[in-house]
Write a protein that binds this ligand. Structure first.
Ligand code: SF4
Length: 314
């Protein structure tokens, strides 16, 4: 099997099982406006923080016409906290141009998109791919990293993106989303090659030095990918939160939520809470299955749980 075919087959399979389909900007029939809002917010800001901002923003400004009418003072409360205020000013400016010049529709031509305020090559490709179903790879640092490792042993400058774009036949919309998620949970800074479905043909994994390093690492590695998570939600370790009224019970999440980022996303999308999540402090096996214990605090949002003092849980 050609390595390109293997790549897309395996990564889409992985996405099907582990993809972050609950993200609000992953909905079907998303508009170009919604893609644009999410992509601008996601620049330099963590996914878990963006979820809350994004939901509030599109509720306040559901269409580009609503945003184009807004003053900076009306816009600012829905953007404050994301930083990079030039980005915010560009958003407002861009909305006005799209309404005046394009009657409220983001153009379908890449160069026209790039000519809009605050839109670069990557955001233009994301809009074309996610909203207009165009055959475009959204080449952000994640895609460059994964392609660079898989196709060129870690040297992304050697990757011929143009030719790959033609050889990869799966819908780019799905491929882009899959690679983004894959890059943030498997092909991370220190890649989790031992758990990676692509390693059979991955150039990076095949290089002897890396292979040795990775094999050494994976021998000792706890199977994090398959571990469920026990989350202790607390306030300064004085108050503890539980969904159970009669007895204190920590939150138990499936292996789908076994990263700090995905734990934050889970509580954000399910309960509207912004959390600070600590790295796992205990990894162990329970009935032969891997489990991790994690502590987390509520930073923003209304507590919806039963409160237990420390004395009742220890
Ligand atoms: Fe990334 Fe390792 Fe998978 Fe290669 S084998 S794609 S380096 S996680």
């Amino acid at each position: 099997m050609k390595k390109e075919v293997f790549f897309e087959k395996e990564i889409l399979k992985w996405f099907d099982q582990h993809g972050r389909k609950h993200l609000p900007w992953r909905k079907k029939n998303i508009t170009a406006y919604e893609v644009w809002v999410s992509e601008i917010m996601l620049q330099q800001t963590q996914v878990s923080r963006v979820i809350e901002y994004y939901n509030r923003f599109v509720q306040k400004f559901p269409t580009i016409f609503d945003l184009a009418k807004a003053s900076w003072e009306e816009f600012y409360p829905y953007y404050a906290g994301l930083g990079y205020y030039n980005r915010g000013r560009n958003m407002l400016q861009c909305a006005k141009v799209v309404v005046e010049k394009y009657k409220g529709f983001f153009p379908k031509n890449k160069q026209d998109l790039i000519d809009l305020p605050g839109i670069g090559e990557y955001t233009a490709s994301a809009i074309l791919s996610f909203a207009y179903n165009k055959n475009e790879l959204a080449k952000d640092t994640n895609i460059k990293k994964v392609f660079g490792r898989y196709f060129a042993g870690g040297k992304s400058e050697k990757v011929d993106f143009e030719s790959l774009e033609k050889q990869l036949i799966a819908p780019k919309k799905q491929l882009n989303a899959a690679i983004m998620d894959f890059a943030s949970s498997i092909c991370i800074k220190i890649p989790r090659c031992g758990e990676c479905p692509l390693r059979k043909y991955c150039e990076y994994y095949q290089t002897d030095a890396k292979k040795e390093f990775i094999q050494k690492k994976t021998k000792e590695v706890f199977p994090t990918r398959d571990a469920s998570v026990v989350v202790t939600l607390h306030k300064n370790h004085k108050e503890y939160y539980s969904v159970n009224k009669k007895n204190y019970k920590p939150f138990v999440l499936s292996s789908k939520y076994n990263t700090r980022e995905s734990i934050k996303e889970y509580f954000q999308s399910k309960y509207g809470l912004t959390l600070a999540v600590r790295p796992p402090h205990k990894k162990y096996y329970q009935n032969g299955k891997p489990v991790m214990d994690v502590n987390a605090q509520i930073l923003m949002g209304e507590n919806k749980f039963f409160v237990y003092p420390k004395t009742k849980i220890v």
